[in-house]
Design a protein around this ligand. Sequence first.
Ligand SMILES: [Zn+2]
Length: 169
Amino acid sequence: MKRKNLWAPWRIGYIQGLADKSECFICRDVKNPQDDNDNLVLWRSKNCITVLNRFPYNNGHLLIAPVRHIADFEQANDEELLEMMKLTRSAQKALSLSIKPHGFNIGVNFGRCAGAGLPEHMHIHVVPRWKGDTNFVRTCSDAYLISQSLEELLELLKQTSSTNELPAL
Ligand SMILES: [Zn+2]
């Protein structure tokens, strides 16, 4: 069978981002609250920041990271660990209420060999899943179909957060 290519031009931003080692995007987000909307920041809390992934595996893909530039759980203190877990719970709730996923993948990649795009600053991935979302496009081509704009989704999640006593900016 002849191999065919599917265009995914938005991937170039991700690939070029990997090459640019000068800036950690989570630290950039932490330091620039005036750009929270552009950076897709959903929540700020004492020790953590929660953002929408600009290169999502699925609609609603959130990243929860400690404010400190640390690589893994070993370097996190108890307060940070607890806050990350509580935010993971809040993220599940906000996504469930907003976009009604059927399930979730929640996890962390440590090290580039394990798939971490930003190995030096740890972050928990919260990825909503729906029955049938692993379709042939995803399975055969490493391409993703995302049906809602990130800006629209950010607004929806903020509204859901404010009406359900979830974290805020
Ligand atoms: Zn960082």
